[in-house]
Design a protein around this ligand. Structure first.
Ligand code: TYD
Length: 213
């Protein structure tokens, strides 16, 4: 968790096609209108190293085993936390991250079947124990999500995985949220975009320090 008096760390999670990018753009607009200059970043990516690792991870031509897959996500995450997220939080900024470590617990844990304790141990090392103050989970039936994602073009390496993989990781996200109800805001991603935008802004606004609302 972010230290009191420091910035605010927000992450967005959900299966493919849940509409994270749209909602992150709308949240960024609200934050800017409220006088914040948020740091918006994403995983995998967000740094020169992360961007290259992202190209490897999403390449549909590559076969990557579950453990190296997780380690590559963790490498991108470690670089992002050290070079982008922590420095921004230390400057008191609001950081919005499109996916974070919960994605590894859901995709590589519930999806690929890697051991949760192993994932948590390496994640602790990669992040120095940094977890978001608020995680917005846009929950969606993967049948709908994959249809939405397919409209965006050729499926990437993860989108190509079979439906049962996507169903397991969706259940994984829901379980993670149930285990930490104070950190997660779970929203039905089939709701109207404007309604989701309103609920997200309400939750974020109430977490901004009173002096900065
Ligand atoms: P991206 O194009 O950013 O997908 P989305 O728009 O759904 O966020 O691709 C990131 C992919 O990587 C996505 O399929 C989720 C997956 N992923 C993992 O499997 N583990 C992780 O730790 C992270 C951060 C992402």
């Amino acid at each position: 968790m972010t230290q009191p008096g420091h910035g605010l760390f927000l992450s967005f999670e959900g299966p493919e096609g849940a509409g994270k990018s749209t909602q992150i753009a709308r949240l960024a607009w609200h934050l800017e209108a409220a006088g914040q200059a948020p740091t918006i970043t994403r995983e995998p990516g967000g740094t020169p190293l992360g961007t290259r690792v992202r190209d490897v991870l999403l390449d549909p031509e590559l076969t990557i085993d579950p453990l190296p897959e997780f380690l590559l996500y963790s490498a991108s995450r470690a670089q992002l936390v050290t070079n982008v997220i922590r420095p921004a939080l230390d400057r008191g900024k609001v950081v919005v991250c499109d996916r974070y470590a919960d994605s590894s617990l859901a995709y590589q844990g519930f999806g690929r079947g890697l051991d949760a304790a192993l994932l948590r141990g390496i994640t602790a090392a990669a992040t120095g124990g940094l977890w978001p103050d608020l995680t917005v989970l846009l929950d969606l039936d993967p049948v709908i999500g994959l249809q939405r994602a397919a409209r965006r073009g050729q499926p990437d390496r993860l989108e190509q995985a079979d439906l049962t993989f996507h169903q397991r990781l969706r259940q994984g996200f829901v379980q993670l949220a149930e285990a930490e109800p104070d950190r997660f805001l779970v929203l039905d991603a089939t709701l109207a975009e404007a309604e989701l935008e309103r609920m997200i802004w309400e939750a974020v606004h109430s977490r901004l320090p009173a002096s900065r609302r």
